[in-house]
Design a binder for this molecule. Structure first.
Ligand SMILES: NC(=O)C1=CN([C@@H]2O[C@H](COP(=O)(O)OP(=O)(O)OC[C@H]3O[C@@H](n4cnc5c(N)ncnc54)[C@H](OP(=O)(O)O)[C@@H]3O)[C@@H](O)[C@H]2O)C=CC1
Ligand SMILES: CC(C)(CO)C(=O)C(=O)O
Length: 305
């Protein structure tokens, strides 16, 4: 007997949400797209080969139980989007976070049912949304892993998780990894350096390579490494510094997401990026004055708009 398509609910038609909709539009997946207004828009999606396709996702059907919930929203919207859809989640649902920054795992974990699984992804693809056009601007990768605390083995949960893993194989360069925590912290370090610098100075990512910012980057990463050391995650300072500079170079022509948020007078994800380093510092009694200062500066710019 042919296998039923895997049901998959995607929240929002933003850049990453449309990217997921494009790559998961497969006969083996049954997509449901949730928007705040209830109506879906036609998205003109352009892939890295410049091939364009119009996406006509079905509006969300509230009668459907959610087995796989994909949350590609800004970090500050994850909690409310989850709460809104929580009543529709299957007992053994998989919930997958695609946001930048950290802190959402802590927000969602207490809300999980005993058989629900929480997965987190680190995305390095570049995707740009301009009006109804979504462009896959840069080929990157997706690393994801299970971050459910105190997992209990359950045959039904294991089956839905296996279906979810099969479904996610349709995404470009998508790999399940055991060390997802390490990947998430590494991406946090990259964003903690590139995003506020490029947002406050309204410059492209390559500007981070300017000698002028070396001391600031050193200070951001120094505070970061004290925290990761305290939680027994080993990051070598020099390797991390090289990674940040390599990403700034490789994405040099781009404007970071925080740069665009400030430019477009939108809320930034600062609370979940440098703000998360500050929060962890407070919990661990580690001083983080440089990250604290950056949070204050970015919030100051946000409040001016
Ligand atoms: N774009 C990129 O290249 C990359 C982005 N990321 C990260 O991925 C995350 C998403 O980024 P991106 O796609 O660019 O952001 P966008 O702002 O383009 O998209 C977010 C979407 O989420 C929707 N949304 C929020 N809450 C709800 C809700 N409750 N119900 C329905 N829809 C909702 C928003 O809808 P509305 O329009 O109504 O506000 C919006 O369409 C961020 O954390 C970002 O940092 C990571 C790597 C690369
Ligand atoms: C890696 C980087 C900095 C690329 O622009 C990014 O993730 C962002 O802009 O948020």
């Amino acid at each position: 007997m042919a296998k039923e398509p895997t049901p998959c609910t995607i929240v929002g038609q933003g850049a990453v949400g449309s990217f997921l909709t494009f790559y998961l539009s497969q006969p083996s997946c049954k997509l449901n797209v949730v928007t705040r207004q209830g109506l879906t828009e036609v998205i003109h999606f352009i892939d890295t080969q410049k091939v364009s396709v119009d996406l006509h996702p079905q509006p969300y059907n509230f009668d459907v139980e959610i087995s796989n919930l994909l949350l590609p929203t800004k970090a500050y919207d994850i909690h409310s989007a989850f709460k809104h859809l929580q009543p529709k989640l299957a007992n053994n649902a998989n919930i997958i976070l695609f946001n930048n920054g950290m802190g959402c795992i802590e927000e969602i974990t207490p809300l999980l049912g005993p058989k629900q699984r929480l997965l987190a992804a680190s995305v390095t693809h570049g995707v740009l949304k301009q009006a109804s056009n979504v462009i896959h601007t840069g080929q990157g990768a997706i690393y994801y892993g299970d971050v459910t605390p105190n997992k209990k083995s359950d045959p039904l949960s294991a089956d839905t998780l296996a279906d979810c893993d099969t479904m996610l194989k349709h995404l470009p360069n998508c790999q399940k990894v055991k060390n997802i925590e390490y990947r998430l912290w590494q991406k946090l370090a990259i964003n903690a350096c590139i995003n506020p610098i490029t947002a406050l100075n309204q410059q492209q990512n390559r500007s981070v390579l300017d000698k002028h910012y070396y001391e600031l980057i050193n200070d951001i990463l120094n505070e970061f490494c004290q925290i990761t050391h305290a939680i027994h995650l080993d990051f070598d300072f020099n390797t991390l510094l090289s990674t940040v500079l390599e990403v700034a170079k490789a994405t040099g022509e781009n404007f970071s997401s925080m740069n665009r948020d400030v430019y477009n007078k939108r809320r930034t994800e600062i609370d979940y990026i440098n703000g998360y380093i500050v929060k962890k510092g407070q919990e661990l009694a580690i001083k983080t004055p440089v990250n604290q200062q950056l949070v204050a500066q970015v919030k100051n710019v946000e409040n001016r708009v």
